[in-house]
Design a protein around this ligand. Structure first.
Ligand code: SF4
Ligand code: SF4
Length: 193
């Protein structure tokens, strides 16, 4: 939780950022929002570390699921949502399987990713997937190489999905439009060009 010290130099501000935790600088509703979205109970965490000990991403990175659960409890919204490690969870659910407090840390991460997206903090591959689904109904659409392989296997070139029945695509687009997802994805991708 950085406290502004008024350095005019940005590099200095980053290097000398205040590392103290100050309760008054926590977000009041972060824990509440995370619990509402995730439908789990991070406030019951007693920091045993079983989740991080189960995590396949932890040995290869600085990602620590236990730290994210702590940030939820302490209302450290900015720290959590702007941390690039937020996107290293594979959603394998090992932590959820093993937590002795019946918390689903995986779903805490999913809730935080939702909140980060609302602040336009999101890796580009998620946005590309939104665009594919909007256009084809598939996150991984069919292509000519696979069509030829399917025919060689005695299958129809297109599977029994929106690939064969594109009339269903507008229905999918309506769902994405309801949440403004496609427009948001286009907008963020265009900004990053
Ligand atoms: S396993 Fe559960 S109780 Fe233990 S640190 Fe992780 S979230 Fe908290
Ligand atoms: S669900 Fe995510 S945080 Fe939990 S163990 Fe798997 S990779 Fe780690």
């Amino acid at each position: 939780m950085a406290k502004a010290k008024g350095y005019s130099d940005e590099t200095l501000s980053v290097r000398l950022a205040d590392r103290y935790y100050r309760p008054e600088e926590s977000s009041d509703d972060f824990l509440e929002n995370v619990e509402k979205i995730s439908m789990t109970i991070p406030h019951m965490c007693y920091q045993c570390g079983t989740c991080t000990g189960s995590c396949p991403s932890a040995p290869r990175s600085s990602y620590r699921i236990r730290k994210f659960v702590r940030r939820a409890v302490l209302g450290l919204e900015n720290d959590a949502l702007t941390d690039p490690d937020l996107w290293l969870c594979t959603t394998c659910y090992s932590c959820t399987d093993r937590c002795p407090r019946d918390i689903a840390p995986t779903d805490v991460i999913m809730a935080m990713r939702n909140l980060a997206f609302k602040r336009e903090i999101v890796p580009r591959n998620f946005l590309n997937t939104v665009q594919f689904i909007y256009k084809t109904g598939h996150g991984v659409p069919n292509n000519d190489v696979n069509r030829a392989a399917r025919v060689r296997l005695g299958l129809e070139a297109e599977p029994e999905t929106t690939a064969k029945y594109p009339d269903f695509i507008p229905g999918i687009q309506k769902i994405l439009d309801h949440y403004g997802l496609k427009d948001k994805a286009d907008e963020i991708l265009a900004e990053g060009q």
